[in-house]
Design a protein around this ligand. Structure first.
Ligand code: PGA
Length: 253
């Protein structure tokens, strides 16, 4: 059985004080939920503080990005080992905003996935098509390429450490949610890809999240889909009650 997974991607929001208030709000509002992995991804500056505040709670912490090299002359960048040192146990990799605004390619994603795993950070690897790619029809080819290049040459053992987030670019921050049929179709294809590429066990065990305008009013329907194991939530994760209600809307599958 796959343990459901709800992650909040705070993006470029939250000072340290605001981040502490938000994480406290989640902890006060939701006592230890059974059988759910709850993860928050604050900005780098709040990582250590949020890791400390969440230490004895059910909340785990993720970085929103890492650099693909281990260290060296890369002014302004943050290494996997640094976020691990600050208390993170996950790293979001290949978010569409990184791909779109920072030129992140599938090859870079693959390097980041490897460096994360080397430093015992579990990668949350994001894939998803643009509106133009969806309208052209053959959008799963795009997703399959993101997956095959992004996860290239991983062993089965390492592949089983990964979490995948399917985030159609046209649904991120736009209020447009993919329909349940659209979501389930892609999730099933991603799971089949994992089975084919790695093994049936890997395909069955890897959690596949949906992301893109998830909010309390639509989460129940999405999270009930057979191949959806959770959500990567942006905007709605910035308000404790909304984030809590999304966690509470998980079905018992
Ligand atoms: P959104 O963002 O929930 O605000 O659409 C999701 C994401 O980018 O991870």
């Amino acid at each position: 059985m796959r343990v459901p997974f709800i992650a909040g991607n705070w993006k470029m929001n939250m000072t340290i004080a605001e981040a502490v208030e938000l994480v406290n709000g989640i902890q006060i509002g939701l006592k230890w939920p059974e059988e759910v992995d709850v993860v928050v991804a604050p900005p780098f500056t709040a990582l250590k503080m949020i890791s400390e505040v969440s230490k004895d709670s059910y909340i785990a912490v993720s970085a929103q990005n890492i650099h693909q090299e281990e260290n060296g002359a890369y002014t302004g960048e943050i290494a996997a080992s640094f976020v691990k040192d600050a208390g993170a146990t996950y790293a979001i990799i290949g978010h569409s905003e990184r791909r779109q605004y920072f030129g992140e390619t599938d090859e870079v994603v693959n390097k980041k996935v490897r460096v994360a795993l080397k430093h015992e950070l579990k990668p949350i690897v994001c894939v998803g098509e643009t509106l133009e790619q969806r309208e052209k029809g053959d959008f799963f080819t795009v997703i399959e390429e993101q997956l095959s290049k992004g996860l290239e040459d991983l062993t089965k053992v390492l592949a089983s450490e990964i979490v995948i987030a399917y985030e159609p670019v046209w649904a991120i921050g736009t209020g447009k949610v993919a329909t349940p049929t659209q979501v389930e179709e892609v999730h099933e294809k991603i799971r089949n890809f994992l089975k084919k590429t790695f093994s049936d066990e890997v395909g069955e065990s890897v959690r596949i999240l949906y992301g893109g305008s998830v909010k309390p009013s639509n989460s129940q329907e999405i999270l009930a889909l057979p191949n959806v194991d959770g959500a990567l939530v942006g905007g709605a994760s910035l308000k404790a009650p909304d984030f809590i209600n999304i966690i509470k809307s998980l079905p018992s599958k």
